[in-house]
Design a protein around this ligand. Structure first.
Ligand SMILES: Nc1ncnc2c1ncn2[C@@H]1O[C@H](COP(=O)(O)OP(=O)(O)O)[C@@H](O)[C@H]1O
Ligand SMILES: Nc1ccn([C@@H]2O[C@H](COP(=O)(O)OP(=O)(O)O)[C@@H](O)[C@H]2O)c(=O)n1
Length: 203
């Protein structure tokens, strides 16, 4: 069984997916971490982030480890995870995610994973796992999302809100909800409330 949880930036996808996956006793996979890893490696190599031919050779050792408690991304034996959520990576990642060659590489990594799993991102329900039987799409206003993210970032709320809104705009192409997804506004809910809403739906 595959459950897809898509949504806009900082809508709660990874926290909710982790909670749902732990309740179900299955792993979850955070597709955004792979786009972030490509961006981090591209920045580290001084590559042009809009040039797939410069990025693809950097990816041969990249591997996602999907755990219910939290995903890790490795480049050979180097754990990249702690460096994936910097503002620098946030700023570059949408350029990388717009490249069809990189999207194909990410999709292949995800489709190679064995079910059951919970998959979160932007296009899990539309493109990567279109036949998944259970699909969800998380939203919240830009201000609510910026307030939440401000607890994890050094910038102030207006700067974070502007950056989230810009990333939403750049990610529009791949971020449409699947027609068969249940859309959940997480704004008025607690994290547990969102997880319980999904678990109730699955039951
Ligand atoms: N009602 C809620 N639903 C989802 N996440 C919430 C909620 N309230 C607070 N959060 C917090 O919002 C932050 C952003 O969530 P995260 O899972 O990182 O989102 P995403 O994976 O979509 O970027 C996390 O710290 C999470 O705990
Ligand atoms: N399935 C996905 C997942 C992420 N992404 C890209 O990767 C970026 C980072 O995704 P993320 O889920 O880690 O970001 P947050 O929403 O958690 O901030 C997004 O802004 C998109 O550009 C994508 O294009 N498709």
């Amino acid at each position: 069984m595959i459950v897809t949880i898509d949504g806009v930036a900082a809508s709660g996808k990874s926290s909710v997916s982790s909670g749902v996956a732990q309740a179900l006793g299955v792993p979850y996979v955070s597709s955004g971490l792979l786009y972030r890893a490509v961006t981090l490696l591209g920045l580290g190599a001084g590559a042009n982030l809009a040039d797939p031919a410069a990025l693809l050779p950097l990816l041969s050792g990249v591997r996602l480890e999907p755990l219910a408690s939290g995903n890790r991304v490795w480049n050979a034996d180097h754990d990249l995870t702690a460096d994936l959520h910097s503002t620098r990576v946030d700023t570059g990642v949408s350029v990388v995610a717009a490249l069809p060659e990189i999207r194909e590489w990410v999709d292949a990594q995800l489709r190679a994973l064995p079910a059951p799993l919970v998959a979160e991102g932007r296009d899990m329900g539309t493109n990567v796992f279109p036949h998944a039987p259970h699909k969800f799409y998380l939203t919240a206003s830009p201000h609510v999302r910026a307030e939440r993210r401000a607890r994890e970032r050094p910038e102030d709320i207006p700067a974070i809100e502007a950056a989230l809104t810009e990333r939403d705009r750049l990610d529009t192409t791949q971020s449409a909800p699947a027609p068969d997804a249940r859309v959940i506004d997480t704004g008025p809910l607690t994290l547990k409330g969102v997880i319980d809403t999904i678990l109730n739906d699955l039951r």
